[in-house]
Design a binder for this molecule. Sequence first.
Ligand code: IVH
Length: 666
Amino acid sequence: MTAKQAEQRAAELRQIIEEHNRRYYVLNRPVISDFQYDVLMQELAAIEKKFPHLVTAASPTQRVGSDITKEFVQVGHKYPMLSLSNTYSIEELREFDNRVRKGLDGEPEYVCELKFDGTAIGLTYLDGRLHQAVTRGDGQRGDDVTVNVRTIPSIPQQLRGNDFPHEFEIRGEIYMPFLAFERLNRERDMEGEQPFANPRNAAAGSLKLLDSNETARRGLNCFLYYLLGDQLPADNHYECLQAAKRWGFTVSEHTRKCPSIEAVFDFIRYWETSREGLPYATDGVVIKVNSFAHQRRLGFTAKSPRWATSFKFKAEQAVTELLSVDFQVGRTGAVTPVANLAPVLLAGTTVKRASLHNADQMSLLDIRLHDWVKVEKGGEIIPKVVGVDLNRRPHGSEPFRYITHCPECGAALVRDEGEAKHYCPNDAHCPPQILGKIAHFISRKAMNITAGEATIELLFRNGLVKNIADLYTLKKEDVENFDKWGEKSAENLIKSIADSTGTPFERVLFALGIRYVGETTARKIAAALRSIDALAQADREQLLAVDEVGERIARSILAYFSDESNREIIARLRAAGLQFEAGAQVRFSDALAGMSFVITGTLSRPREEFKALIEAHGGSAGNTVSPKTTYLLSGDKGGAKLDTARKLGVKIIDEEAFRELIGVKN
Ligand code: IVH
């Protein structure tokens, strides 16, 4: 490469990278994978290394820091992050106590704590300053989420006092209080985003956000419960926690020393019901041997300490009367029976409705109207009916008769072989299915159009949007006179719809809402078949040849495209400018123009990534080695293709040689 060529290519690469930065950070709509992005950066870095005079301050390679780190850096744990053994009964706990006493040849003192239901974190402090915060990960290595953890007000950046060790780690649980959780889900609902299922998921998700400002807004909190290091301030767990409290950490005030297992039982019995009044989620009690000398004698198994265990609370239950049953029709047409209950207090909230799952479950439990039913709130926020109190069944009650027709549109329900749920087949005209389809279409992972459920409902009720294609003919004048709207919000909506036409094919495919075609399947289909036309024409065998596509998905795709109204909608969307072909926007270089590749063996990344890379550099990738194949790219454990390539004299290259071909050498 001459200096002149290098200069040209560097400029080209910067432009491509900037464009992908914009798509990733500004539009939130990347069209290449992180791997492909890294490869571009590596190529640029390789050029700049060879021709240092080309390095400029503005080059993307020079901008290190939070705005170009897409994922978190992995860090090894100094002490592995183990889990706790579980016990579910008082008997099992007695056995734990017996094992402990046998191991110690004496009487242990226990410390009881609540088991907080959040996500574990390890914080390292150096000279009293927060140095690093790492998630549990696989127990050996976790994600460095320090930037996000620094936004949690209850985690001290600087410790108080002067009796803390020069270096130590403290572990705890990051959690989201119920109030913050409910606020977050309300906001998400309004923005048309999927709500979090429970505070634990919400806490874990918020900790892994790429934007720390957003983490800061989420109202996270943290309880610390475990100190590790060489020079701890005491020889037992309880006093270490008291020291941690003095240094400024939040240690739960509900931590108790228990002189015997009987005292542990008392603690458990108390919290089994009292936890309902706590403003955060707990799922049990943790029991730890207090003395460090005792802990050392008991040691660890491969997975957990022998000096600690947890007692899991049973999901909270309530018993109440079943007043009536509603049937909700979801966006896919799936029918869910929902119980209307006499209001009852459960886990801190009044419950009036609960899921009844499906027809089978209802008949299995023999649930009848006006039965007294047991309602349970597990980890999930939606309560479910789990059983019936037969002693309180009213006289003369009859088995429940499941509906046969859709409560929304009257169509006869169908139930496919092997499916638990009934479906309303009238997907083109059943209102909740239409609304659901539109809501799915605009959602963030699909077309990312910023409108909430309420807006969709408004557009639908006013007859403006009856299907997803109608969105693209919407005009500002149509909506600006809605109650509480105005020019600005109307403009924003129209702009967001127009912007969505740049969404890459794989996401458009996901957005169409073909039954069983989720995000991953859509990506695989887009990578394999490349266009909506190829997909629409594909027969059963061609569909089954696609990774992830089985009989059920294939049947659903065939049914979708055999429906005239779906084909019509696609035609209209195409006219509106939506992307119906894969990878059209990605071109990195012509380095591989005219070359054809076949891949075999295990590479450092999935094959699809390499295929995409080959195509982005102008080459083509196929599945069978022939005399026309330019290169066989072979990873570890290449198979029969290696033999064929050798026989045909096709050149075999490894990943490193491939990287050289596309100019990435470091
Ligand atoms: S102590 C080696 N104490 O439960 C002992 N863990 O199932 C380390 N947890 O990974 C854990 N509350 O995320 C401990 N008071 C508490 C806890 C607690 C919640 C979590 C923690 C741990 C998991 C084990």
